[in-house]
Design a protein around this ligand. Structure first.
Ligand code: UD1
Ligand code: CA
Length: 454
C-alpha cells in the first residue's frame, strides 16, 4: 500500500513575531518543516504533499532540493480545508499520514505504530493524555471506542474534563479522504472546516477509529511561539544526548549539549560542557572535546584531544592529535595523526603531515606541510597577493623559526631551516638554512631619551 505524507504548513505563525515563516524557524539548526520532511523520508513515504500559505516562496525555496508536491491554501479556512485542497493531487488509493509542519519531533517509530494499528481500519489518530488539556481537541470515547473529537471551543463542560487529546496527527485512507473532505462544513464555534469532523464521518460509515500514543510526549508538541520553540529545543537536545550516552558517549552535562545535525561516535568519547556540533560529524574512540568548542562537518579520528574553545569547520583530523585551546580549523584543514595545533593557530585548506606541530599564533593557508616539521610561533603563510591565492609547500622535518612570513608561492625543502623573523620569498633547498633579516645593529652605552623638564 502506498503511503503519502500530507504536511499542514499554511499557518501564519503570528505569535512568533518574525519575518521568517513559522515552519522555517530552526530547531536544532534545521527548519521545523525540515524535521517533518526528514521523518517522512525515513518512513519511505511514496510522496510528500506540503500545504503552504504564508511565505510560500521562501518555504518552497528552502526545500528546492527535495521532491515535494506543493499545494497552496490561499486562505486558511481550517485544518479540514487545508487537507481538502490536496485532493486534486492526492492518490485515489493508499493511505495518508497527516502531519503538521510545526510539530517537528514526531518520530518514525510513532508513525510506523500509527500505520500498523490503522492498517485496514482506514482511520487512526495519535492521541495523548495530558494533565492540562486546555485548548486541545478532546477524544470522546464510549466503551473504549473513539466516538468523536470535540474542539475545546465546541466542548461541553463535561467534555472539557477529558484529558485525552487529539495531537493533530492522523493516518487516513485516501479513498475516504476523497469521499469525506468535500462534505465538511464550517458550522462550529470557529467557523472553520475541521479535519477532526472526519471521525464522525468514519463512525457514520460503520468504521472504528484506531489510536496510538506517541513513544515520547514531546514528539507531538507544536511550536507557536519562541518560548515553546526553546522548550522543545531543550527536549529534543536532551533526547539526542540520551541516545548518544546510550551509545557510550560521556556527555558531562546533557543540559549543556547541542547537536545540530548528526554525530557518529566510537567508544568512550567525552564531550565537555557547551559544545556545539553541527552538520555531519564523526568522532572516533576516546576522542575528547573540551568545553565551548564549535565543531561542524568534521571527522576526528581516535585518541584526539581537543582543548576548550576550538572552532572547526569542514576539517579532517587524524588520530592522536592535540588541538587547542583556541584553535581554528577552517574548510579543507587536513591533519594527519599526532599533529599538534596550539592556541590561536588558524589552518585553512592545508594538509599537515604526521607529527608536525604549529603550537602558537600561526596562519597556515593553502599550505602543504610534510611530516615531523615544526612551525614556529607567529609563522604566517602569505597566501594572497590581493588578487590570487598561492601555495606554500613545506617538506618533512623542516623548522620554521618564529615570526616568519612565507610568501607564496614558495617551497621549503625537507630538513630546511628558516631563521626566526625571516620573510621568505624564494624557495629554500633541502637541509639548508635561510635567514632574511638585517644584521643586528648595536650601539654601546646607548643614551635613552629623557623626559624634557618644563
Ligand atoms: C487542531 C485540532 C485539534 C488538536 C490540535 C493539536 C482541528 C479542527 N483541531 O487544533 O483537535 O488538538 O490541532 O494541536 O483540526 N493549518 C493550515 N491551514 C488552516 C488551518 C491550520 O495549514 O487553514 C495548519 C496550521 O499551520 C498548523 C496545523 O494546521 O500547522 C494545525 O492548526 P492549528 O490552528 O494549530 O490547530 P488547532 O485548530 O488549534
Ligand atoms: Ca485553529
Amino acid at each position: 500500500m502506498s503511503t503519502t505524507v500530507i504536511i499542514l504548513a499554511a499557518g501564519k505563525g503570528t505569535r512568533m513575531r518574525s519575518q521568517l515563516p513559522k515552519v522555517l524557524q530552526p530547531l536544532a539548526g534545521r527548519p521545523l518543516l525540515g524535521h517533518v520532511i526528514d521523518t517522512a523520508q525515513k518512513i519511505k513515504a511514496d510522496n510528500i504533499i506540503t500545504i503552504y500559505g504564508h511565505g510560500g516562496d521562501r518555504v518552497q525555496a528552502a526545500f528546492s532540493d527535495q521532491k515535494i508536491t506543493w499545494v497552496e491554501q490561499a486562505e486558511q479556512l481550517g485544518t479540514g480545508h487545508a487537507v481538502k485542497v490536496t485532493l486534486p493531487v492526492l492518490p485515489k488509493d493508499g493511505i495518508s499520514l497527516i502531519l503538521s509542519g510545526d510539530v517537528p519531533c514526531i518520530s518514525q517509530t510513532t508513525l510506523q505504530n500509527l500505520l500498523a494499528t490503522t492498517q485496514d481500519k482506514g482511520i487512526g489518530l495519535v492521541t495523548l493524555t495530558l494533565s492540562d488539556a486546555t485548548g486541545y481537541g478532546r477524544i470522546v470515547r464510549e466503551h473504549g471506542q473513539i466516538q468523536a473529537i470535540v474542539e475545546h471551543k465546541d466542548a461541553s463542560d463535561e467534555q472539557r474534563q477529558i484529558k485525552e487529546i487529539n495531537t493533530g496527527i492522523y493516518a487516513v485512507s485516501n479513498a475516504k479522504l476523497h469521499e469525506w473532505l468535500p462534505k465538511l462544513s464550517n458550522n462550529n464555534a470557529q467557523g472553520e472546516y475541521y479535519l477532526t469532523d472526519i471521525v464522525a464521518m468514519a463512525l457514520a460509515d460503520g468504521m472504528t477509529v484506531a489510536s496510538v500514543e506517541p513513544e515520547q510526549a514531546f514528539e507531538v508538541e507544536g511550536v507557536n511561539d519562541r518560548v515553546q520553540l526553546a522548550t522543545l529545543e531543550r527536549q529534543y537536545q536532551a533526547d539526542q544526548a540520551k541516545k548518544l550516552m546510550q551509545q557510550g558517549v560521556h556527555i558531562i552535562d546533557p543540559s549543556r549539549f547541542d547537536l545540530r545535525g548528526t554525530l557518529k561516535v566510537g567508544q568512550d568519547v567525552r564531550i565537555d560542557i557547551n559544545v556545539i556540533i553541527e552538520g555531519n560529524c564523526e568522532f572516533g574512540d576516546d576522542v575528547e572535546i573540551g568545553a565551548g568548542c564549535v565543531i561542524k562537518n568534521t571527522t576526528i579520528a581516535a585518541g584526539t584531544k581537543v582543548q576548550p574553545y576550538s572552532i572547526f569547520d569542514n576539517a579532517v583530523i587524524g588520530e592522536n592529535t592535540q588541538i587547542g585551546p583556541f584553535a581554528r580549523l577552517r574548510p579543507g584543514a587536513k591533519l594527519a595523526a599526532e599533529v599538534h595545533i596550539g592556541n590561536f593557530v588558524e589552518v585553512k585548506n592545508s594538509s599537515i603531515g604526521l607529527g608536525s606541530k604549529a603550537n602558537h599564533f600561526t596562519y597556515l593557508g593553502d599550505a602543504e606541510v610534510g611530516a615531523g616539521s615544526n612551525i614556529g610561533a607567529g609563522t604566517i603563510t602569505c597566501n594572497y597577493d590581493g588578487a590570487n591565492k598561492f601555495k606554500t609547500i613545506i617538506g618533512d622535518n623542516a623548522f620554521i623559526g618564529s615570526n616568519s612570513s612565507l610568501v607564496a608561492p614558495v617551497q621549503i625543502g625537507n630538513g630546511a631551516t628558516v631563521g626566526a623573523g625571516s620573510t621568505i620569498t624564494r624557495d629554500v633547498a633541502e637541509n639548508s638554512l635561510a635567514v632574511e633579516r638585517s644584521k643586528q645593529f648595536v650601539k654601546e652605552n646607548y643614551p635613552r631619551p629623557q623626559k624634557i623638564k618644563k
